[in-house]
Design a protein around this ligand. Structure first.
Ligand code: SF4
Length: 391
């Protein structure tokens, strides 16, 4: 057999597998010298995850001389590749942050983690891509067994994983297919071995963690800085899109209010109040959806959206609001204030049929990058001209 790669997400499932492989050798079926354990860091995990790894997993890996590769993205673009934070069979410490954190991307883009086409794009960029790039560079085409921590109730994820399978990768799911362990079984096992509840691994602002509201509220209560990051991230996101709250079913700010996370709310308010603000010129083109069977646009249905962001001015919040009112006079319109206290001046409202355009100026926290694709300006002018002619 060739190499065995275990993706260690640092959460309950993958930690359960590695622990059992090391403590009960008959469960693994390979020589430990063939094992490479890998973690890709988003840079934004709760502190307790790193602490548990440092305290329990690293000593176990050192005892068994397991090769542990800790990675992160090298930068914002795919071409920036990955950075090896540590690669050792005697890992002394956890390296939880690399040169480019997921929050760097989300804050600078003014967005929150997205779920698109059945996939978590943030996870693909921050975890799957650097891991794949490292394997490509170090394993090449040689066959390897890939151990994944999907539990018995995750057959859908296992089926989805089959769509990624490449010719040299043989996926193995010990929890689901060999031991029949549910998440609860693995939690119980880790409790027996380490004497406490193993924390769930995720970014502090992960919107998918809302499935267990009380658990998330308790984590944010214990770690207010984590909640502040989530609140600030959402405030930037709703500056550019009022529908883009952290959670699909509501906002992080409302969640924090509902759970009386007063310290986090006060810190986030203070950070925003004392920080620099900006006026953004936000334009969107909503394309028509495409009927894939005939390759024709469906003008009654919204397709993909392109966004352009331009920073017009920066200063204190009150100065930016005054400036927005000044600009409003030129546009003969009145700014509105939404539930997030974002002051917004609508200049073009989207209409049907598609494609259509939208434009507004909004006042929000500074630091969102100016960004648009190359063909945005040409397409925008064409659509705006068409609207004028039709009017
Ligand atoms: S933990 Fe959540 S936010 Fe972080 S990469 Fe995974 S899906 Fe995205």
């Amino acid at each position: 057999m060739g190499d065995v790669v275990l993706s260690l997400g640092m959460g309950v499932d993958s930690v359960g597998i590695l622990t059992r492989f090391l403590l009960e050798p008959e469960t693994r079926g390979f020589d430990l010298r063939d094992l490479i354990v890998m973690t890709a860091m988003t840079g934004d995990e709760f502190a307790e995850t790193g602490e548990h790894m440092q305290r329990y997993m690293l000593p176990l890996m050192r005892t068994h001389r397991v090769r542990y590769v800790q990675l992160s993205r090298g930068g914002p673009r795919r071409g920036d590749g990955y950075v090896v934070l540590n690669d050792s069979a005697q890992p002394a410490r956890m390296h939880m942050t690399g040169p480019w954190r997921l929050q760097d991307e989300l804050l600078r883009n003014g967005t929150v983690p997205q779920f698109a086409r059945n996939r978590r794009t943030c996870s693909e960029k921050s975890k799957a891509t650097p891991l794949d790039q490292w394997k490509h560079d170090h394993l090449g085409d040689q066959p390897y067994q890939h151990i994944l921590g999907f539990s018995a109730e995750e057959e859908k994820r296992i089926a989805r994983d089959a769509t990624y399978t490449s010719h040299n990768r043989q996926a193995r799911f010990p929890l689901a297919h060999e031991w029949g362990w549910t998440r609860q079984d693995t939690l119980g096992y880790l409790h027996e071995v380490y004497g406490g509840e193993w924390p769930r691994s995720c970014c502090v602002y992960c919107p998918f963690a809302i499935s267990d509201t009380e658990y998330l509220a308790e984590r944010w209560r214990r770690d207010p800085d984590a909640a502040v990051l989530a609140l600030v991230m959402e405030r930037r996101s709703v500056t550019l899109n009022p529908r883009s709250t952290l959670f699909a079913r509501g906002s992080a700010w409302q969640f924090a209010r509902d759970h009386s996370l007063l310290q986090a709310l006060a810190c986030a308010d203070e950070m925003l109040r004392d920080g620099t603000w900006a006026i953004y010129d936000v334009r969107r083109i909503y394309h028509a959806a495409t009927d894939k069977t005939i390759g024709q646009p469906i003008t009654s249905k919204k397709g993909s959206a392109w966004r352009s962001v331009t920073t017009l001015a920066e200063g204190t919040q009150s100065r930016m609001i005054r400036e927005l009112h000044h600009l409003a006079r030129a546009h003969r319109a009145t700014p509105q204030v939404d539930e997030f206290n974002i002051h917004r001046l609508m200049i073009r409202c989207p209409t049907t049929p598609y494609p259509t355009t939208e434009r507004f100026l909004s006042v929000g926290p500074a630091g969102i990058d100016d960004k648009r694709r190359k063909s945005f300006a040409g397409t925008w002018s064409k659509l705006v001209d068409q609207t004028r002619l039709a009017a």
